[in-house]
Design a protein around this ligand. Structure first.
Ligand SMILES: Cc1cc2nc3c(=O)[nH]c(=O)nc-3n(C[C@H](O)[C@H](O)[C@H](O)COP(=O)(O)OP(=O)(O)OC[C@H]3O[C@@H](n4cnc5c(N)ncnc54)[C@H](O)[C@@H]3O)c2cc1C
Length: 528
């Protein structure tokens, strides 16, 4: 199991061709592709004590939980992402399919299944909404074409800005207009049925914005990502880092954990390396940041070197929503508890936007959404590793402002009022779980709540946000590209494309394509 070398105990030696800040999936993919195609020695610096960013896992005696991986699409036998991960991990990352019904959306007592396969998806939704069959078919068509056009839009971010300016009328054709509209606006043109709109947007937690705030481009990308079915990495999310790290090391690279970068060194306007929190320095002709665009330009690039145009543009897009996650452990198997791998999306009713707004204004209001995921039931290797145990993750949205007053306090020692806040939300979330799955009442062995402070502490996202910068229409107008206005400094990861493991990996590919050219990178997505 490869979890990275401690920076202090095993400091990297020799010269590096590139430094990658952060070992999220974007950092790992960009580093691995550069190792494979030319930039031989890549140094990955991760501030956490484990590699992986949101793909890392954490353990408590008898249990392990993922943080940011519940299901992934396009990794079936013929999926483009499958080819990518197979090549970067030499087949070490293996996949287990979720049940045919990968998501179930419940609006109060009314339930709707999301079934694998485009045809079956249309058929099942059509059965639930027989008067809306045409609208559903048109919707799926639009989702697919928007996503297809989106791939051109994103890959053009690997081009230098001058080339991109020339090609942009072609790369954004048919996409920019839909990206600039909200999901609700676009759906309202297809149907006026509010129940159907609520069901079709019932995975909005996967990008963190209700229908009247999200860009349709993000919605389309997410829906289309899972249309062919969903999968889980066998052995849990840590297999991403374990699987990909060897390729980086084979190229002479090095992956260091507990290696916090405090700033990017800019000399005469050019990025030439990084300064670490311990005061040390690492230099390389190329610095790639997977730390998120807000972190990179708000914290790591020294103020005097921040390009004014980017600062101004970035101010138009806020951080995405923060979240609470309750990690549950049971001393029983999933079979004994009657749990399956189908994700449950629980909503009070069909009014997603109103419910979110009410909760944001008052944390005591009913949860606008509760997502239940069953990692142990999805992972065929879980019983071998943790016999007789099961795990459940319970996620809802939260506001950074609710907990920001405890920022700066020490992890596990944040004070009694913070503990009381956590206890209150733990009990409320447990009640939701027990109402839906009464067989779990009285059987919880471990219950641990993470708050936005946890995400800020471990993943370094400034407001403990789920998904980097928000996926509003304005996000799609940002002048983001792999190459920043600072020569020698590039971006990677989900902020460069979209949230999600696939989005983060796409960010990694865009960055690598900007260095080694699109040809070899596109080849990684083909089965050979
Ligand atoms: C609760 C939750 C559930 C999710 N569920 C899913 C899912 O089911 N399916 C899916 O596809 N996606 C899911 N996602 C989203 C997905 O996990 C992320 O979008 C994706 O992993 C982001 O990858 P990244 O490389 O862009 O960034 P990150 O994973 O955030 O990695 C950034 C890394 O940079 C490091 N870093 C930051 N600052 C510094 C510094 N100064 N020095 C050194 N290192 C630094 C951080 O520690 C971190 O490791 C989920 C996310 C969350 C939070």
């Amino acid at each position: 199991m490869h979890l990275g070398h401690s920076y202090k105990q095993h400091p990297p030696t020799g010269a590096f061709d590139a430094i990658v800040i952060g070992s999220g999936i974007g950092g790992l993919v960009s580093a691995a592709v550069l190792s494979r195609f030319g930039k031989k020695r890549v140094l990955v610096l991760e501030r956490h004590y484990r590699l992986g960013g949101f793909t890392h896992t954490f353990t408590r005696p008898g249990y392990e939980w993922d943080v940011g991986v519940h299901y992934i699409g396009q990794v079936g036998e013929r999926g483009a992402l499958r080819a990518l991960f197979d090549k970067l991990s030499d087949g070490r990352i293996r996949w287990a399919p979720l049940p045919d019904v990968y998501d179930r959306v419940e609006l109060g007592s009314r339930g709707y299944d999301f079934v694998s396969g485009t045809g079956r998806f249309i058929e099942t939704m059509g059965r639930a909404f027989p008067n809306e069959r045409d609208a559903i078919a048109k919707y799926v068509d639009l989702v697919k074409t928007t996503t297809k056009r989106g791939s051109m839009f994103f890959m053009s971010r690997s081009l230098p800005s001058i080339v991109s300016a020339v090609t942009s009328p072609f790369t954004t054709r048919g996409f920019a207009e839909l990206a600039s509209r909200t999901t609700r606006d676009v759906l309202l043109e297809l149907t006026k049925n509010e129940e159907l709109i609520a069901v079709l947007t019932g995975q909005y937690g996967d990008y963190g914005l209700p229908p009247s705030r999200s860009s349709f481009a993000m919605h389309a990308a997410l829906v289309s990502h899972y249309l062919g079915g969903a999968f889980y990495p066998v052995g849990g999310a840590s297999v991403f880092a374990e699987g990909i790290a060897p390729l980086i090391e084979e190229g002479g690279g090095h992956l260091a954990v507990s290696a916090e970068v405090s700033s990017i060194i800019i000399e005469q306007g050019i990025a030439v390396g990084v300064r670490l929190a311990d005061g040390g320095e690492q230099r390389a002709p190329l610095v790639i940041s997977d730390a998120g665009v807000a972190n990179t330009f708000g914290r790591l690039v020294p103020e005097a070197s921040r390009p004014a145009s980017w600062t101004k543009a970035l101010a138009t897009v806020p951080a995405s929503s923060s979240y609470l996650c309750l990690y549950l452990g049971f001393k029983a198997t999933d079979a004994e508890l009657g749990l399956t791998g189908t994700n449950l999306w629980l909503y009070p009713d069909e009014k997603h936007d109103e419910n979110v707004a009410r909760f944001e204004a008052d944390p005591e209001a009913p949860f606008p959404m509760v997502y239940l995921s069953f990692p142990s039931a999805k992972d065929p290797d879980f019983q071998r590793r943790f016999p007789g145990r099961a795990t459940v993750d319970v996620i809802t949205m939260a506001k950074w402002e609710w907990i920001s007053k405890w920022q700066g306090t020490k992890w596990h020692k944040r004070g009694e009022d913070y503990d009381a806040f956590k206890q209150r939300f733990t009990e409320r979330l447990l009640e939701v779980v027990f109402n839906r799955l009464p067989q779990l009442r009285g059987r919880v062995d471990v219950a641990e709540l993470s708050t936005p402070l946890t995400a800020e502490h471990f993943a370094s996202h400034p407001r403990g946000e789920l998904y980097g910068i928000d996926h509003t229409p304005a996000r799609y107008e940002l002048p983001l590209r792999a190459k920043t206005p600072i020569p020698g400094l590039m971006l990677t990861g989900a902020d460069l494309a979209t949230c999600g493991v696939a989005g983060g990996a796409l960010g990694g590919l865009i960055t690598a394509a900007a260095v080694v050219g699109p040809g070899p990178v596109m080849g990684l997505l083909k089965r050979s």
